[in-house]
Design a protein around this ligand. Sequence first.
Ligand code: CTP
Ligand code: CA
Length: 225
Amino acid sequence: PTAEGWTADLAGRHVVVSAGGTREPLDPVRFLGNRSSGRQGYALARTAAARGARVTLLSANAELPDPAGVDVVRVESAAELHRAARAAAEDAHAVVMAAAVADFRPATYASGKIKKVAGQEPAPIALVRNPDILADLAAHRARADQVVVGFAAETDDVLANGRAKLASKGCDLLVVNEVGNGKAFGTGENEAVVLGADGSETPVPFGPKEALADIVWDLVRARLR
Ligand code: CTP
Ligand code: CA
């Protein structure tokens, strides 16, 4: 057991975790972004390192200190995260996509700052879809035994939506949070259910993001060869 009381059950493993939220540039000074704090991804990186893993943390705009003993790669946009994730996944035993990836980006990037024009309303901003990084990683695994994990925030029929999303992404595990009612965003605590492609369902009681992270690594560990 380590000082934290955990055995180093991820020793010799390389895990990749994405965290934060992507920013999609519009011009040199503006972007479309989201409110993801990065805390869940950082908790995953810290707990994996504490359990002996080599950890690559792909950090999308999180304003959090680098966790000790973790390789931090800073990215901005979904396109940058996609490239970094593909490269880091090359020799990874597990990839966990905890980042909030923008579904859309501005169709064009203005290389000069967009200016107001006197007496004119602004032009609408056209958007195009970003690639689905999680689905791409799951479909093109660098190793046959790689474990791929996604996160989803859902409302309404949370479990049915989660099952459908797990299947469409092709990942092994999907951590599903219920949002609304003051849950999940920007807090230190989380409540979730982890769905497995094998049909398993692991409820995670409301508690610190570290506790959810440790359950995710338990489930990943059980799927590693
Ligand atoms: N994700 C991704 N690339 C995207 C969008 C999402 O890798 N372009 C990942 C997220 O990191 C997360 C998982 O997919 O692990 C689920 O994200 P979510 O936004 O819930 O899924 P979407 O497929 O975008 O569905 P929705 O239309 O509900 O937003
Ligand atoms: Ca989405």
